[in-house]
Design a protein around this ligand. Structure first.
Ligand code: C2R
Length: 185
């Protein structure tokens, strides 16, 4: 259900290779009917676009920017340095081989690049690859001004609660051995 039309959230990522992870943020915003605009912007590869994008986000009334990047993840911080809009960073785990089996530093590189901002220019950071949490956090910011989103967040929490209860009942009924076999078959 789309309750609004104009994008309220800007989702940006350093490379098209981040799109599979960043999709998680888009999915939860879509579930809540919150429009977002998605773009690829790189502080390293397209440095001149940073200021341009920050101006674009402010002019178009975005409330939050979600920025995902891997490795030397300077994108969230550099965008934050160009705007007063809140920026949520998503550290992305970059693989260093074509088979996507070996990661260089397990995402710690991007996590630290995003979180260790100098005093005066903050970026909040979610866990490695946790784009969905960036989406939920952005919704929480929007909920300050929208009772509808607040209501939907409460029912989202309730759904989570019920789903854990159901799994716990299943586990109790089946026992660990059978439960694990069924869950991870
Ligand atoms: P490629 O797969 O295109 O080689 O990118 C991207 O976010 C991606 O995770 C590998 C990784 O490089 C990251 N990248 C950044 C920035 N631009 C691209 N960290 C930036 O500006 O911070």
């Amino acid at each position: 259900m789309n309750i609004m039309k104009k994008p309220l959230i800007g989702i940006i990522m350093g490379s098209s290779s981040d799109s599979r992870i960043m999709h998680g943020a888009a999915e939860i915003l879509d579930e809540f009917g919150v429009p977002h605009e998605d773009q690829i912007i790189s502080a390293h590869r397209t440095p001149t676009r940073l200021e341009e994008y920050a101006k674009h986000a402010e002019k178009n009334g975005f409330k939050v920017i979600i920025a995902g990047a891997g490795g030397a993840a300077h994108l969230p911080g550099m965008i934050a340095s160009h705007t007063v809009l809140p920026v949520i960073g998503v550290p992305i785990l970059v693989y260093n081989d074509k088979q996507q089996k070996k990661s260089a530093f397990g995402g710690l590189d991007s996590l630290l690049s995003i979180s260790e901002m100098p005093s005066g220019s903050p970026v909040v950071t979610v866990g490695v690859n946790k784009a969905i949490n960036a989406g939920i956090y952005a919704l929480k910011i929007l909920a300050n001004e929208s009772s509808n989103i607040r209501k939907m967040l409460k029912s989202h929490k309730e759904k989570q609660h019920k789903s854990v209860l159901k799994e716990s009942q299943d586990l109790k009924r089946m026992g660990l051995k059978k439960f694990v076999k069924k869950k991870f078959k």
